[in-house]
Design a protein around this ligand. Structure first.
Ligand SMILES: Nc1ncnc2c1ncn2[C@@H]1O[C@H](COP(=O)(O)OP(=O)(O)OP(=O)(O)O)[C@@H](O)[C@H]1O
Ligand SMILES: O=C(O)C1=C[C@@H](O)[C@@H](O)[C@H](O)C1
Ligand SMILES: [Mg+2]
Length: 171
């Protein structure tokens, strides 16, 4: 979900693994020469989602790569076939944490209209069943630094290889 720390923590995780790192939002910004907000404003969400799928289709083919996606990557069914090229980590954060982080942020176009808490609740309700398809669920809290979170994710990854319910890691 937006604001959980995919970009921030993903970068740290990549360093710890000795992997390269890419962020699909950053690639979209580079190829369109527009900010994410501008892409939404000039072309619309549907066009953004198409570009996002094209970018994911390219980057998922690489090994030794950590990919931070946009929070809406789960929405298109075809994206899942690309996501499953790798190990999918769900950063799950409570609404209050997201609210604290995104309160003054103007770079997430889907959160600009109306009450932020309501927007977050609505999006999370829609997406929770999709996020829960991830391989690893990581409960995010306000106490941990990106460094600590990345360490915890690394430690939890072996559980993913074991058969059973989706593992969850919390502090
Ligand atoms: N563990 C953390 N501790 C403190 N601040 C954090 C942590 N992780 C992320 N942040 C901060 O929270 C904000 C949102 O993080 P980030 O941009 O990484 O989220 P995201 O999941 O990539 O969001 P989006 O889906 O919109 O791309 C940033 O200002 C970032 O610095
Ligand atoms: O959750 C979402 O739908 C989004 C998350 C951001 O990373 C961007 O991809 C964009 O703002 C949409
Ligand atoms: Mg991001």
């Amino acid at each position: 979900m937006m604001g959980t720390g995919k970009t921030t923590v993903g970068r740290v995780l990549a360093t710890k693994l000795g992997y390269k790192f890419v962020d699909t939002d950053e690639i979209i910004t580079q190829v369109t020469q527009q900010s994410i907000s501008e892409v939404f404003a000039t072309s619309g969400e549907s066009a953004f989602r198409q570009i996002e799928t094209q970018v994911l289709a390219r980057v998922c083919a690489y090994t030794h790569l950590a990919i931070a996606t946009g929070g809406g990557i789960v929405l298109r069914r075809e994206n899942w076939s690309y996501l499953h090229h790798g190990l999918i980590v769900w950063l799950d954060a409570p609404i209050e944490l997201l609210y604290t982080r995104l309160n003054t942020d103007e770079t997430r176009p889907l959160l600009q209209a109306g009450d932020l808490r309501t927007q977050l609740e609505t999006l999370l309700q829609q997406r929770q069943p999709l996020y829960s398809q991830a391989d690893l669920r990581v409960n995010v809290n306000l106490e941990e630094t990106p460094e600590q979170l990345a360490t915890r994710i690394l430690a939890a990854i072996p559980q993913v290889l074991k058969k059973g319910e989706t593992p969850t890691t919390q502090l």
